[in-house]
Ligand binder design. Structure first.
Ligand SMILES: [Zn+2]
Length: 216
C-alpha cells in the first residue's frame, strides 16, 4: 500500500458498504464477510415485469425488499465509494453478458438525480453507476437526459401519483436514431421514472431502451 493511501486509511478507515462496520486497514473488500455472504444469497439477476411500451426489457440484480440490499442502495445514494462502484460495475457486466446484451448496446446512460440532491451530496449515484458499467464493458457512457422543472421525491408519493410527478420532467436533445440504449438506475420501484426517461429516449429516435438497476 502506498504511504499516502495508508495515511488516508488511518484517518478514514475502510468500512463495509452495507453495514458500515470498520474493516481492517489493509482490507480492500467492499463488504464485511457477513454482508458479502448475505448479499450473495440474495442475487436475483433477472428480467423484471415490464409494463412500459418504451422499454424493451428491464433487469435487476437484487430484490429491494431486504435489509442488506436496502443498506447497499442507501450507501450508493450518499457515498461515492470507488471500490463499491467497481464491484457493481463488474456485476453489471456479468449480468449484461448473461442476458445476451454485451455487444448489443451503443450507449449507457442514466436517470438523472434531482439537481438539489446532486448539490447536497456532490454526485449523481445513477451517473456513477452508469460510468462504472461503462468502464467494465467499454460501452460509451453519455448524459443523454436532463431534468426540467420541479418534481417531488418519488418515494414520498403513493404509487398512483408517481407517474404524474415525473411526467414531462426530463428532456433529451440528442439524435439517437437507431441507437440501442442502456438506461441505468440504482433502484426501480414503480418504474414511473425509467418509463418517462425511456419515452424521451425513444422520442429522440432510440431503436431500443433496456433498463438495468441494482434493485427492483
Ligand atoms: Zn457489513
Amino acid at each position: 500500500m502506498k504511504f499516502l493511501e495508508y495515511v488516508k486509511r488511518l484517518i478514514c478507515p475502510p468500512s463495509c458498504a452495507c453495514c458500515k462496520k470498520i474493516l481492517d486497514i489493509s482490507d480492500n473488500s467492499v463488504f464485511c464477510n457477513e454482508c458479502y455472504e448475505e448479499l450473495a444469497k440474495r442475487v436475483m439477476d433477472v428480467a423484471g415485469e415490464n409494463k412500459s411500451q418504451y422499454i424493451e426489457r428491464s433487469y435487476f440484480y437484487y430484490r429491494y425488499k431486504n435489509w442488506y440490499v436496502k443498506n447497499v442502495i442507501s450507501h450508493t445514494k450518499y457515498v461515492a465509494n470507488k471500490e463499491f462502484l467497481k464491484f457493481i460495475g463488474k456485476r453489471g457486466k456479468e449480468s449484461l453478458k448473461k442476458h445476451n446484451l454485451l455487444g448489443q448496446l451503443d450507449v449507457v446512460t442514466f436517470t438523472p438525480r434531482r439537481p438539489g440532491l446532486v448539490r447536497l451530496y456532490g454526485f449523481d449515484q445513477a451517473e456513477e453507476l452508469a460510468m462504472a458499467i461503462s468502464e467494465q464493458t467499454d460501452i460509451p457512457c453519455s448524459k443523454l437526459l436532463k431534468r426540467k422543472g420541479f418534481s417531488l421525491e418519488q418515494k414520498s408519493l403513493k404509487s398512483s401519483a408517481r407517474s404524474k410527478n415525473v411526467e414531462g420532467k426530463f428532456r433529451c436533445k440528442e439524435n439517437l436514431t437507431g441507437k440501442r440504449v442502456l438506461l441505468v438506475d440504482d433502484v426501480v420501484t414503480t418504474g414511473s421514472t425509467v418509463n418517462e426517461c425511456a419515452k424521451m429516449l425513444r422520442q429522440c429516435g432510440a431503436k431500443s431502451v433496456y433498463v438495468w438497476s441494482i434493485a427492483q
